[in-house]
Design a protein around this ligand. Structure first.
Ligand SMILES: C[S@@+](CC[C@H](N)C(=O)[O-])C[C@H]1O[C@@H](n2cnc3c(N)ncnc32)[C@H](O)[C@@H]1O
Ligand code: SF4
Ligand code: SF4
Length: 396
C-alpha cells in the first residue's frame, strides 16, 4: 500500500514537472531546472510567495537594504571530496578556502530565522556532501520545516546505508553527476572516480526508494557536456532511464580551456580571457544565500575565495538575520548590479567589487587566489567571527 502511494506521488510529480516545463518552453522559450519546478509546485506558501515578490520589487527598484529574506539557500556541509575534477577548485586542491564541516548549531539558528521563507535548500557547494555523515540530519531539519531539499553528489560513495539515510531523511531531489557511459570517457573529468561505483550509487538510491515505498528523492542524472563526452549524451539518457532515474539533465560545462568546449552550440559557454568588465542583471544578492561549510556567507556560488566572503552566519547572533543580509558587503553588491545587461561600469571601490567583475559568474570563478587577494585587500574583508567573540559588520 505504502509503495503504491509512493509510486503514484512520484508519477504525479513527474507529470506535473513535464507540464510546467512544456508551459515554460512555450511561453518563455526555455525550461527551468526540475528542482525549482518541484519546489514551487510542492512547497509554496503564501508567506514564501509574498516574500519572493517583495524581493523582486526590491531588485527592480534598486533597493540595497532589503526587508525580504532569501528564497533559496545553498549550503555546504563539507569541503572534502574523493575525486579530482579538473575545473573544480576543490578537485584541483586550489588554495583559497580552509577545509571545514558545517556546524550544526549555526545551521539550526539560521534555519529558525529564515526557514519559513525558503522554497529550497541545496545542500552542496564545494565538496562531496555524502562525506558528511550528518547530511541526513541537516536535510530532515529543513524538510520538517517545509523546505524543499536537494543535493548533488558524484554518486560514487552512495552505499545502501547512505541511500537509506537520504530517503528516510525526506530528501526531495538529488542530482547525480555522471558525465559518461564508459570508464575511459567518464574518468576524463571525474578523475579518480569509477563509473561502476557511480552507477551502483544510482541503483542503491533507486532500491532504497523502492524498499521504503517512497517517491522521493527525485533522482536526476546530471551530465555535464564537454567535447570529450558529447557523443555519449543520448546513450547516457537511455541508460539513466533504464537504471530507474526519474530525470536526466544535460548542462553546459564551465571550462577554462577551449579544448574542453563541446561542439554543440547549445552547450557552449564562453571562456573568460580577462578582457571584459560587465555588470550583470543578477538576482543572487536579492533572493539567494550562499553559505560555505565554515559558515562564511557569499553573494553567490561563483565567488569561492575567502577574500570574497560577505560575512558569517554567526553574525545573526546579535541583531538577527537582517544584520547579515543588509551588511555593507551585500549593500555594496546590490549597488553594483545593473539591471541592464551588457552595461560596462567603471571601477568602484567597495568590498563587493567581485560583482563588478562578473558576467554570469564566470569571471569570479576564473580568478586565482592572488587575484582575489589583490581585488579585496585585507582592510575591506568581512571579519571572521572567532569561536568566543566576533564583530559585526556595522551598517553605515
Ligand atoms: C562542486 S560540485 C559539489 C557536489 C558534488 N561533489 C558533485 O560533483 O556533484 C557542485 C556542482 O558543480 C558541478 N560541476 C562540477 N564541475 C563542473 C563544471 N566544470 N561545469 C559545470 N558544473 C560543474 C557538479 O557536477 C555539481 O553538480
Ligand atoms: S566530485 Fe564534485 S566536489 Fe568533487 S572534485 Fe568533482 S565537482 Fe568537485
Ligand atoms: S559575483 Fe556575479 S553572479 Fe555573483 S552575485 Fe555578484 S554579480 Fe551575481
Amino acid at each position: 500500500m505504502l509503495r503504491s502511494v509512493g509510486a503514484t506521488r512520484g508519477t504525479i510529480s513527474r507529470r506535473l514537472n513535464q507540464s510546467v516545463q512544456l508551459f515554460l518552453k512555450l511561453m518563455l522559450g526555455r525550461r527551468a531546472r526540475t528542482r525549482y519546478v518541484l519546489a514551487f509546485t510542492e512547497r509554496s506558501t503564501l508567506r514564501k510567495a509574498i516574500n519572493l515578490v517583495i524581493s523582486e520589487i526590491s531588485r527592480r527598484t534598486k533597493q540595497k537594504v532589503l526587508r525580504s529574506y532569501p528564497s533559496l539557500m545553498l549550503i555546504d556541509v563539507t569541503t572534502a571530496c574523493n575525486l579530482q575534477c579538473p575545473f573544480c577548485k576543490t578537485g584541483t586542491k586550489r588554495r583559497g578556502r580552509n577545509p571545514a564541516v558545517l556546524h550544526m548549531a549555526d545551521y539550526v539558528r539560521l534555519l529558525e530565522e529564515i526557514g519559513k521563507y525558503l522554497y529550497t535548500i541545496l545542500f552542496y557547494l564545494d565538496g562531496e556532501p555524502v562525506l558528511n555523515p550528518r547530511l541526513p540530519e541537516f536535510i530532515k531539519l529543513a524538510a520538517d520545516r517545509g523546505v524543499f531539499t536537494s543535493t548533488s553528489s558524484n554518486a560514487t560513495l552512495i552505499t545502501p546505508a547512505v541511500a537509506n539515510g537520504l530517503v528516510t531523511a525526506g530528501l526531495d531531489h538529488i542530482s547525480l553527476s555522471i558525465d559518461g557511459t564508459t570508464q575511459e570517457v567518464y574518468e576524463i573529468y571525474r578523475r579518480g572516480g569509477k563509473l561502476e561505483d557511480a552507477l551502483r550509487g544510482l541503483r542503491n538510491l533507486v532500491e532504497a526508494k523502492r524498499s521504503h515505498g517512497s517517491s522521493k528523492p527525485y533522482i536526476e542524472w546530471q551530465f555535464i557536456v564537454f567535447r570529450h563526452n558529447e557523443h555519449q549524451l543520448a546513450e547516457a539518457r537511455t541508460l539513466a532511464k533504464r537504471l530507474g532515474a526519474d530525470g536526466f539533465e544535460a548542462i553546459a560545462a564551465y571550462v577554462e580551456d577551449e579544448a574542453w568546449m563541446p561542439k554543440d552550440p547549445q552547450f557552449r559557454q564562453e571562456v573568460w580571457h580577462g578582457d571584459t568588465q560587465t555588470a550583470v542583471n543578477c538576482r543572487w544578492p536579492y533572493s539567494n544565500l550562499v553559505v560555505h561549510a565554515d559558515g562564511a556567507v557569499s553573494s553567490c556560488c561563483w565567488t569561492y575565495y575567502e577574500p570574497f566572503d560577505f560575512g558569517h552566519i554567526r553574525d545573526i547572533q546579535q541583531g538577527g538575520f537582517r544584520i547579515l543580509w543588509n551588511n555593507s558587503n551585500f549593500r555594496s553588491s546590490r549597488g553594483l548590479i545593473d539591471l541592464d545587461y551588457d552595461v560596462p561600469r567603471p571601477h568602484a571601490c567597495g568590498p563587493a567589487k567581485i560583482c563588478q567583475l562578473c558576467r554570469e559568474g564566470v569571471q569570479p570563478y576564473s580568478l586565482t587566489l592572488a587575484e582575489a587577494n589583490e581585488i579585496v585587500p585585507p582592510e575591506l574583508r568581512a571579519r571572521k567571527p572567532g569561536p568566543e567573540t566576533h564583530q559585526l559588520n556595522v551598517i553605515s
